[in-house]
Design a protein around this ligand. Sequence first.
Ligand code: FCB
Length: 465
Amino acid sequence: TLDFPPGFVWGTATSSYQIEGSPSADGKGPSIWDTFTRRPGAIEDATSGDVACDHYRLWQSDVDLMAELGLGAYRFSVSWPRVLPNGDGAANAAGLDFYDRLVDRLLERGIEPWVTLYHWDLPDALQDRGGWPARATARAFATYAGIVADRLGDRVGRWITINEPWVVAKRGHFHGDKAPGHHSGEEAVLASHHLLLGHGLAVRAIREVAPAAQIGITLNLTPTVPASTDAADIEAARRFDGDANRWFLDPVFGRGYPDDVLRDYADAGWLDHGVSLESPSDHDVIAARHDFLGVNYYERTIIRDQGDGTPAKVVPANADLTDMGWEVYPRGLTDLLTDLSRRYQPESIVITENGCSFGDAPSDDGRVHDQQRISFLRGHLLAAHEAVRAGVPLDGYFAWSFLDNFEWERGWTQRFGLFGLNPETQVRTRRRSADLFSEICRENAVSSAIVRKYAPQIFDQMFPG
Ligand code: FCB
């Protein structure tokens, strides 16, 4: 039996835009995702989060489903435009009430709420005033964080400021496949700086009203390896790792921005906005003391040089891929966690997301035997356990996701849930992976009995003799 440390946190994760629906109920203002999903061609299957999992109305029974699994924690995000329809100014009482009731019900069911304050649904009103490339958005975020913490901080002890600033900055402002759908390197760099600044300012704002709060930021991190030993591939991997990982880790851990990445951005002409990113006072704010580092891990990244110095992702020919086209590579999680520990010495790391998308194969007995998801979970939990054994201060694991939901620009084409969901009927179906996860959480361990029950075909490999 592979035991996890006592007190290890087990939970599932979701985000507001992906599950709530009810985009204009009870005074909610529009977010950039409400607007972006209306853009022709933006979403693969032309759907939107208008209904999503209808969680804004079905939240009570959803919490009951979670309680059935015996999970200790639930990570959800607060929709900023539900609380502040205009981005700033007066708070919308009905919006705050929704999260207040949700928190109470979770606590009644013995589930600890972990609140993410920004999971990508920026109020449209703030986008109109420049969005994340504008410094004022960082200040507005801190004000909003203070309002939510003031209301929930007596019952919520764990806070995540920003989810995946790289995705917000780069995918939203440079690649343009996520809201707000822009294509500017300069904007992307400014956005990343203001997201980090917003994180630091929010840490202060939360601590002012909830001094005992445990606060972290969630980064999407990917261990990056060059495709070959060629100098060009090694250099391309350095660039990719700098942009995706170190640009966020270094300043949060008090080291400021990495010089090599600043040079890359300058060479690309992305620093021509005349704003200094190196102000010592900004860096003090960004390096605000945090209590844990949130890590979202989905896959490793193998990089080769495209011939012109730009990095390109390579997928190994025999790789096992999820429906997202992401490589299943549990070992990358161990590598990532041990490497983070060695390089940054975080006090505490929590895996705030890890999971996979697989469609369901038909089954005869009416149950959903999602064997691929089961084997993904098993593999990644063993990888996490290996990191714990190597001394990594890993304190929790959140599976993405509690239920199938609206997967951003991929729309409803992806299935990440422990519970399946039919978006037409809103019927939730418990998958077998949920049973597995539930047993692991209850035992705080991956035991041989559990593996034998859920993945008999690999039992012998795992527990030889
Ligand atoms: C992460 C996001 C989350 C979900 C998963 C699949 O990047 O934080 O909302 O979309 O990917």
